[in-house]
Design a protein around this ligand. Structure first.
Ligand SMILES: [Zn+2]
Length: 345
């Protein structure tokens, strides 16, 4: 962001021999900028404790790489989770790292030289953010799942306190360790002098790590914790879900209030699973029909009447088939009858 300059300073730097049109243009630009900041301040935004500038980082008031959509934070997190947006994660992290490098120290200059010399080094931060975001999302989603039946999911039960099987700590402790314990909150001032407590964006802290790779990884984790804790504190925390089949993360339009008993599936897998479920129940009905036919034949002479077979299937499966269903599926039923006879030897 350009530094705020007053019109006086701009005009005083205008020497008589300079083109006056240029100065007017520059002054106009500054005035436009000033009116924009004035507008921002009048809406109640605070000034940054470091620069005194408003904290807005884009014209929408959203962090960079966020999109103007109904649930920007949730959608951003889903893009981080899918792992296909590595470039987006990198650009996001690099954008904020610039502010951490604003005050050059010998340590910062050494880090900058290493990052310039080996751009792939920054992938440590990208990996840290993606893998930690996945870990946190998994812990959160799994906290609502039944410990005994894998297909049962009850998002209302989700919590950050339980230590889940196979995990070393709770989600709350993970977020405390990676972010909250060291995350400063500032008192900030508005234009009129009134004050509020605001948290800052996570800062890069190379001091606490020996290796730059570890410091970058921890920085990515800190950002993941920053956004995921923001999601937990939002109305959309129970919208996020994970497909039991393909393991993709997705979001419902509304939080599910009922217990899911037959597994959670993304849209693509839901279609497949419903086809499978239909096939499964159809096969089970045909099996019953074949068994009943064999049963009839063992006790009486001649094939079982279709009405009787349909009645037995209806009793067992709660269906309402007539003789037509039996005649339509006769070939398949007879195949099963033969297979059962063969199995008996
Ligand atoms: Zn799926």
């Amino acid at each position: 962001m350009p530094p705020i300059q007053t019109n006086d300073r701009i005009l005083s730097s205008c020497k008589p021999q300079q083109n006056h049109a240029y100065c007017m243009h520059k002054a106009h630009r500054v005035m436009k900028y000033k009116s924009r900041t004035r507008r921002a301040k009048s809406t109640g935004q605070t000034l940054s404790p470091i620069s005194g500038h408003t904290r807005t980082v884009s014209y929408l008031g959203l962090p960079p790489r966020f999109r103007n959509e109904p649930r920007p934070l949730l959608s951003f997190i889903l893009r981080v989770l899918d792992g296909k947006h590595r470039q987006m994660v990198r650009q996001h992290l690099e954008y904020f790292l610039r502010f951490d490098f604003q005050i050059p120290t010998p340590e910062i200059e050494r880090i900058q030289r290493r990052l310039r010399g080996d751009p792939s080094l920054f992938q440590c931060a990208v990996n840290g953010m993606i893998s930690s975001m996945r870990e946190m999302a998994d812990m959160w989603i799994d906290s609502g799942k039944s410990r005994t039946e894998r297909e049962v999911d009850f998002p209302t039960d989700r919590n950050v306190e339980d230590v889940l099987p196979g995990r070393a700590c709770s989600l709350a402790l993970l977020i405390y360790r990676s972010l909250l314990r060291s995350h400063p909150v500032y008192k900030e001032m508005r234009r009129d002098g009134s004050q509020t407590i605001t948290e800052t964006y996570p800062r890069f802290d190379p001091q606490s790590h020996w290796k730059l790779e570890d410091a970058l990884q921890a920085h990515g984790t800190k950002w993941a914790a920053f956004y995921f804790s923001g999601l937990l504190d939002s109305p959309f925390s129970r919208h996020i879900s994970r497909c039991d089949h393909c393991k993709a993360y997705f979001a419902y339009h509304r939080a599910r209030l009922r217990k899911v008993k037959h597994g959670v599936f993304c849209l693509a897998c839901e279609r497949q699973s419903s086809v499978k479920r239909t096939e499964g129940s159809r096969n089970r009905r045909l099996d019953t029909a074949a068994k009943e036919r064999i049963e009839w034949e063992s006790r009486r002479k001649g094939p079982a009447p279709p009405e009787w077979i349909a009645e037995q299937v209806n009793k067992r499966h709660g269906t309402a088939f007539g003789r037509r269903w039996v005649s339509q599926n006769l070939e398949k039923i007879l195949e099963r009858v033969e297979a059962l006879h063969n199995a008996k030897g």
